[in-house]
Design a binder for this molecule. Sequence first.
Ligand code: ADP
Ligand code: MG
Length: 407
Amino acid sequence: MVPTPTPDDAHASAGASGRGRLSATRLFVDAFGHEPAGTWSAPGRANLIGEHTDYNDGFVLPFAIEHRTHVALGRRDDGVVRVISTFDEHAVELPFAELDAVFPHRRDEIVEWARYPLGVAWALRQRTGATDVAGVDLAFASDVPVGAGLSSSAAIEGATASALNDTWGLGLDPVTLAQVGRTAENEAVGAPTGIMDQMAAMLGETDSAIFLDCRSLDAQVVDLGFADAGLELVVIDTGVKHAHATGGYGERRASCELGASVLGVPALRDVGIDDLPRARRLLDDVTFRRVRHIVTENQRVLDTVRALRERGPASIGDLLVASHASMRDDFEISIPELDTAVDAALTAGALGARMTGGGFGGAAIALVASGRVDAVRDAAATAFAASGFAPPTIFTVTPSTGAHRDT
Ligand code: ADP
Ligand code: MG
């Protein structure tokens, strides 16, 4: 007997993205009592290679993933912006006029998650001078894992920025919207992150990575061809949360700035492999190793792009492995859980593996032949159990599209 489809089956057949859209719409209707005017979404991202190079004016190679943050938007005519998320049963609302009073110095008055969307509204108005715009209600639902190094923050920023750009008729291009997201994260949230995540969330394309020059913001779409090569990208989320607004991330940035200033360059982007002997003479050991990570990582991004274009995705494994070693030994942003995930994946036959994201927690990625995915999954789970770590969450990601309007 064929069972009668339930509403949940209907949602499932709409796919994860369809479910996210419906969740955002349902939250909107439940919280605000009327239908939204439209829905938008933006993806999280995985960084294939190029870690901590973004704020050094260097190169990165992220791709958008199919996990997305959806926002349902309704207009209001009273100049108020109100936000709610499945993260929090309470809506937060603020008159536009007060955004300028709160951000950046009094941001502590706003509950942390709401600083992301309200910060985007603030940054958009700062950037465009668009003060005479309608108020909005925004309801968010997301399936991007939080704090896993897959950038749920850029997803909520990208969804908000595209929804407001369209609703307010601002006509900003995706790169400008990425910059607005970054301004919100840096100034309204207070997390000193670079531009990579927002660019990936805005510009992502199916089956492709974004090769980004973080100095010029020149972005090239690079074909990944994982499916054609019979490869999968496996994410091993350690479940260990990082916090960007505090701790090691800021210290690494400070080390990079110190290195650049001692070496007399505007940013570490301007230091090449050939300059490393001089850097070793001039810098203390820790700063030198921080610098060496950035310099070699920039080169690995360039090498990866070339390898993808000339030899295909099966040829990049060693570059991923070298990137992880550099982050573990020179930049010192890995943790035992991430090293365990990488080692287990490689032992189980992954072509390459590395931690992804800012470090101190979050996820590792592994490039794996389709037939070995289960072996990698089992190996990681077993290795975590043997080390007494909490079980990791393991799933595959597919390179997907950037922010857009859905309905
Ligand atoms: P990551 O970007 O690696 O997931 P971050 O610390 O940069 O981690 O950003 C996570 C924070 O972003 C969350 O703690 C929350 O404040 C905010 N956030 C992300 N997605 C949502 C969402 N759907 N609703 C509300 N807040 C969100
Ligand atoms: Mg983030």
